[in-house]
Design a protein around this ligand. Structure first.
Ligand code: ZN
Ligand code: ZN
Length: 291
């Protein structure tokens, strides 16, 4: 998007996100490379944080980028290239939660597939503002065989299958999510566009009447709690490859420390044939291939 020339449109909904490195470079007028702010005469240095390209430093100055006075210049963004990747301090908790929930050997989420499935389904529903439906999915459990009688011949209907496999249960969750979302879209827009593959988050769903306004806050709180809960539980073993998992400690918003595995766990992983892939070498290799 060209942010200098916005299109006159009517906003239906807004969302906030962070600028990517490319966005930052696009809006930046100058790369900041000079750690010294002012020279011997107390004048801003070029390439420093007070570089004239970012806006006039003094009332009498003229902006080097837009040539306006200090009253009219809106100020301009610069950027600093970091030599190594660093954690975004605002995302530290999310990064830490994700790191703890991913297996370092097979790079899948360590939690059992169905637990993950429920999180994904509930977040999808909450994106559409469907709070009660999210609770319904949370309470769904795989069907169990009733102790009453043997029902070996009850294979004709899906509901009649006495014990659900992981695939069947997961398909049932998918079906429920699709039904809830389709129903809510149908209620919103008459019958149009139902069943199209690109479903957009519809957070303004509860907005019109005013009576349902309180739901937005509840959906937000539920979403936040769900995401918070997601990274909280530390699985000591990966449910996909069975490898013993690393443990981590976070130091403020600066560092994440990974503890080594105990001898016993190392031996277990060795016996399972789990080897940790060298991701740094892999990313270097793939970037070389791209070039
Ligand atoms: Zn300016
Ligand atoms: Zn694994």
């Amino acid at each position: 998007m060209d942010i200098a020339h916005s299109l006159p449109t009517q906003a239906k909904a807004i969302s906030f996100s962070f600028l990517s490195s490319r966005d930052i470079k696009n809006i930046s007028v100058k790369q900041i490379t000079n750690p010294i702010l002012l020279d011997n005469l107390n004048m801003p240095t070029t390439g420093g944080l007070y570089d004239p390209a970012l806006g006039p430093a003094d009332r009498a100055d003229v902006c080097a980028t837009c040539h306006l006075s200090s009253y009219q210049c809106p100020g301009h963004f610069g950027h600093i290239e970091l030599p190594v990747p660093v954690f975004h301090p605002l995302f530290m908790n999310q990064a830490f939660g994700l790191l703890r929930s991913v297996c370092m050997f097979c790079h899948q989420f360590k939690m059992p597939e169905l637990v993950l499935k429920k999180y994904v389904a509930r977040l999808q529903l909450l994106d559409h503002g469907l709070l009660a439906e999210s609770q319904i999915v949370a309470n769904m459990t795989p069907k169990t065989r009733s102790t009453g009688g043997a029902r070996d011949d009850a294979e004709d209907g899906e509901d009649a299958v006495p014990v659900e496999t992981v695939e069947q249960f997961s398909a049932r969750i998918d079906k429920a999510v699709k039904k809830f979302i389709d129903e809510s879209m149908m209620a919103d827009e008459g019958v149009a566009d139902v069943g199209t593959s690109d479903r957009k988050p519809n957070l303004q769903r509860t907005q019109p009447s005013g009576r349902d306004n309180y739901k937005d806050g509840l959906v937000y709180a539920e979403r936040r709690d769900l995401l918070h809960e997601f990274g909280r539980k530390a699985y000591m073993k990966c449910s996909h490859c069975n490898a013993a998992a690393f443990t981590y400690r976070k130091e403020g918003t600066v560092k994440i420390i990974e503890y080594g595995l105990s001898k016993k766990h190392q031996d277990q992983n060795m016996a399972l044939g789990r080897k940790r892939p060298n991701v740094l070498a892999m990313s270097k290799q793939s970037s070389r291939v791209k070039k």
